[in-house]
Design a protein around this ligand. Sequence first.
Ligand SMILES: [Zn+2]
Length: 368
Amino acid sequence: MNPRIYVTHLSIYLVLASLLVGCQPVSPPEAEGEVEWADSEAPPPGAAWDGEAFTFHKIRDDIYHAVGTGNLTVGCNSSIIINDEDVLIVDAHMTPAASWALRQELKNITDKPIRYVVNTHFHFDHAHGNQIFPDDVEIIGHRFTRDQLVSGASKRGRGWELFVESVPDRIAAIEARIAEEEDAGEKTELERQLGIQESYLAATNAIVATPPTMTLTERMTLTRGGREIQLLFFGRGHTGGDVVVYLPEERVLATGDLVVNGIPYMGDGYLEVWADTIEELKRLDVDVILPGHGQAFEDLEKLDHVQAYMRDLWTHIVAQHEAGVSAERAAQTIDMTAHAAHFPQLSEPGVHPHAVERAYALLDGTEQ
Ligand SMILES: [Zn+2]
């Protein structure tokens, strides 16, 4: 895997854009609700699986951080918590194919059954694998997450348009490059990338957005064998319903996209309060964070740096908004280079338009 993936607010788009392949149009399956692989070992559409879709980083005994290798388009990381009798997975990836691959590869680590899947939030790259899990698996998320998945919000909006609906253009671009490429090695690599993306296209067409079966609004504690697992909501941040998964004994925290290893996607976020929510999170006794994107990390000062960035960015955006500057222009000119020491991608002015568009929409009251 590439540790650079997801660590920058610009490269998150560029890299995901290269990884993700969507479909056009992204239409629901013919038989909505009848697409079902949960009781079958048969792979779902688009599961062009080579057995190595994930690298399982061992964090502690029976705790793993599963990070995509790039061989299959999986989207987010998963955290794997193996209990005395069962397994809890944090986040379910972006397609049924990706979640199915995780389930297959997990068999190399444990033969215990998956009993719980936590959706840290409603975004497609964390929740669109839900449908492959059988009825005896509880899918847990914030009430907000359930509402968003029920309403179809995971299949529309800035992120979906940016990462998924735009993919046919990227497929066409790769095909054009293949047609022009004369170097045999380069051509082979491009064809490999094309295959990955075409698989993702098929996998995306099979998605049936499936909401959590259990919800919380503040906290939930699971006791599984000798382990306590806390699901906690600290307030608005990356979305309106971000749940983190905390293991107090092991001092391990899975954060979804509330905290990633770098600057997170902000297109559905609440930038005004996000840093405050992270401040609440910092009260937990934590040794290692397992983020929804990027590698696990122990350097908790990263939280301070992203908080400073968020607060500064919000101040800039509010000033631009008050001055009547368009969101587009503000995104081009806001200068965050003061934070480049911690986020090297900020070497020149400009921030991602989606962060500004979202903040403007909240300031204008056109989004909630
Ligand atoms: Zn997200």
